[in-house]
Write a protein that binds this ligand. Structure first.
Ligand code: NAD
Length: 303
């Protein structure tokens, strides 16, 4: 495997592509808007004018797109990856999408002679920049083994969790936990502020005990300063909890906390906060406490 195509050079795809270049891969990239492709070329990659051009020359293609319909279109569409792929191409979808979509894509891929893996990631933008992502992979053993050098170039904890779609199922669980932690950290911060306790020193001591978590480590200071430049957008996390709630319904599992946090994310979107980082859930909690109205108008990154 030498040439890796990357489709989707956004918050996550761009730094992942940069790490593939650093690891010695020949990276050819495509993004719907031009700016990210220019930045890829500046980082040592090559530009493609479309998905067909990426697929035709790649040994492996990484997709890093927002949602299930985007991946379906890019892979299964008339001018998509499967139409132009060489026999044996590895298709590594790192987007967070519905497990059933991953399974449908895997079936179509194998029929076209393409080797599919669902490989969603966790660790956020910083993890993508540092090449330390957690990657949960669904698919076949031999395809996982073949993709391992590529995955190791962008991740630190890379685990084969099961068959087609299993990576997406684990990612849904990941997103339930992250959203719940953000909501609780938000409630704790608003409580501390309302009590007049200095939140900076409170965060420092909380990080050292059993309450310590990555949300506080990575996003705590930004939450205190009310800076919510994404990062991971509220809109995307809302999409992910929709996936988790559908899975819960399909498996007959009650997930009351996930349901509640999903509603808080809906409230955030209704207030124009959807383009902010998911830590902006704090603004909704703050509004519920009657302390400040939550509105996207007050945050430049929201538009
Ligand atoms: P993003 O919106 O920043 O990036 C997506 C990119 O894909 C954009 O640059 C967009 O122009 C491009 N794009 C959309 N449709 C396209 C198409 N058909 N062809 C080519 N390019 C296209 O999103 P992101 O934050 O990088 O997230 C991507 C995926 O990774 C999502 O599924 C998200 O849920 C998941 N994810 C994000 C994070 C994070 O912290 N941002 C962390 C883990 C997982």
């Amino acid at each position: 495997m030498e040439t890796v195509g990357v489709i989707g050079l956004g918050v996550m795809g761009a730094p992942m592509a940069a790490n593939l270049i650093k690891a010695g891969f020949d990276v050819v990239g495509y993004n719907r808007s031009a700016g990210p492709v220019e930045r890829l070329v500046a980082a040592g990659g090559r530009a493609a004018t479309g998905i067909a051009e990426v697929a035709a020359q790649a040994d492996a293609v990484v997709t890093m797109l927002p949602d299930s319909p985007d991946v379906e279109e890019a892979v299964l569409g008339t001018d998509g990856v499967l139409t132009h792929a060489r026999e044996g191409l590895l298709l590594v979808d790192c987007s967070t999408i519905r497990p059933e979509t991953s399974r449908a894509i895997a079936e179509a891929a194998r029929e076209a002679g393409v080797r599919p893996l669902d490989a969603p990631v966790s660790g956020g933008e910083q993890g993508a920049i540092d090449g330390t992502l957690s990657i949960m992979v669904g698919g076949r053993d031999d395809d996982f083994a073949a993709a391992r050098p590529l995955l190791d170039a962008v991740g630190r904890t890379v685990v084969h969790v099961g068959t087609d779609g299993a990576g997406q199922t684990v990612k849904a669980a990941n997103q339930m936990i992250v959203a719940g932690v953000i909501a609780l950290v938000s409630e704790a911060l608003v409580l501390l502020e309302a009590s007049g306790v200095p939140t900076g020193s409170a965060l420092t001591v909380l990080k050292g005990g059993l309450a310590g978590n990555q949300v506080m480590n990575v996003k705590g200071d930004g939450m205190l300063a009310r800076t919510f430049t994404p990062g991971f957008r509220i809109d995307l996390h809302h999409k992910d909890l929709g996936i988790a709630l559908d899975l819960a319904r399909a498996t007959g599992v009650a997930v009351p906390l996930t349901g509640a946090v999903s509603q808080l994310l809906t409230a955030a979107r209704a207030r124009g906060l959807g383009a902010l980082d998911h830590s902006a859930l704090l603004l909704v909690i703050e509004e519920l406490a009657g302390r400040a109205p939550a509105s996207g108008d007050r945050h430049p990154a929201a538009s």
